[in-house]
Design a protein around this ligand. Structure first.
Ligand code: BDR
Ligand code: CA
Length: 315
């Protein structure tokens, strides 16, 4: 079982689509957060994807509209104004509305309803997860794993020299979530910049009649264009779908397990993932190490994603 939280932009939508199609996976609830687009639109984007795959019973809650301690910053240049590359359906075309509960409260309720049963997959800034821990600290004992797309260790940052967007868009929340005492896996740019959708993958998606593949081909061009401009390379990284795949198949990556925190004070590196790599470092009482993905089986992750989208089953 999964509880999802994200800023439903292009790659969040693909991650949701791929998980929704995975045999045996049940999505219990979805929450939205500021980030790629505003939280209300992100919720609408999640509803659009769930509608597409017939999961009309999965509740979607709108989450935090802004970070804990800094102004909100949205990534329209990467994901388009609507978060879906400018091709999101109009509001009236989305079959249903988000639930009235805030995403952080929904997250607490979902975890409490399924003690020990819900993996949390977070693909946006971690504001809702932090709020959920503040509301009900006892939930940290009830979650088998929190898988987070965010941060970078050795790869260059994507918003600053050392900073990745999800952590930089709410550093205080990321720090709180990493140090909350639950088992966290961090899937950052070290691996997600390697799970790159190549031109041949895009061509396979474009040639497919499957509705999931068609949707992906429609939402991707803006995102691909952004990455072409930035990296001069066709294709695009699959940040959030990689986190989703590693939540299902952790064996597709290699990890280091170390005490972790997030830099909060430096004006240049606020939001930077800090790992204590000293061999003699000890954990404070109650703390547990964070598992950080450092290498990934790119072909397995991308191959499975594209196969699933093209065939219409799991991604
Ligand atoms: C992360 O930021 C967002 O742009 C993506 O959806 C992904 O979650 C990558 O830094
Ligand atoms: Ca995201």
């Amino acid at each position: 079982m999964f509880v999802l939280d994200g800023d439903y932009g292009v790659d969040d939508a693909i991650a949701l689509l791929s998980l929704a199609g995975e045999p045996g996976v049940r999505i219990v609830a979805v929450g939205s957060v500021h980030g790629n687009t505003d939280a209300a639109r992100a919720a609408r984007n999640a509803l659009t994807v769930l509608d597409l795959v017939g999961l009309r019973e999965v509740p979607v809650a709108v989450g935090a509209a802004r970070p804990l301690a800094q102004p909100v910053e949205l990534s329209a240049e990467v994901h388009g104004d609507d978060g879906l590359g400018g091709v999101a359906p109009p509001e009236a075309a989305v079959g249903r509305q988000p639930v009235g509960t805030p995403a952080a409260v929904q997250l607490v309720e979902a975890i409490r309803a399924h003690p020990g049963g819900c993996t949390v997959l977070a693909t946006g800034p971690l504001t809702n997860l932090a709020l959920a821990v503040l509301l009900d600290p006892g939930i940290v004992e009830l979650v088998p794993r929190v898988v987070v797309m965010g941060g970078t260790l050795d790869a260059p940052g994507n918003v600053g020299t050392h900073t990745e967007a999800n952590f930089a868009h709410d550093p205080e929340a990321a720090d709180l979530v990493l140090r909350a005492g639950w088992p966290v896996t961090v899937v950052g740019l070290d691996v997600t910049m390697r799970t790159w959708l190549e031109e041949e993958d895009l061509a396979r998606l474009a040639a497919s009649d499957n509705p999931a593949a068609r949707f992906v081909s429609e939402v991707l061009p803006h995102y691909v264009q952004f990455y072409l401009g930035r990296h001069g390379r066709p294709g695009c990284p699959m940040h959030d779908p990689t986190a989703a795949r590693l939540a299902l198949q952790p064996e597709l990556a290699r990890y280091v397990e170390l005490p972790a925190a997030v830099e909060l004070r430096s004006p240049t590196t606020r939001g930077m993932l800090l790992l204590d790599r000293r061999p003699f470092a000890s954990h404070p009482p109650g703390a547990i190490p964070v598992r950080v993905a450092v290498e990934v089986d790119r072909d397995a992750v991308v191959g499975r994603l594209v196969d699933g989208l093209v065939r219409g089953d799991a991604g």
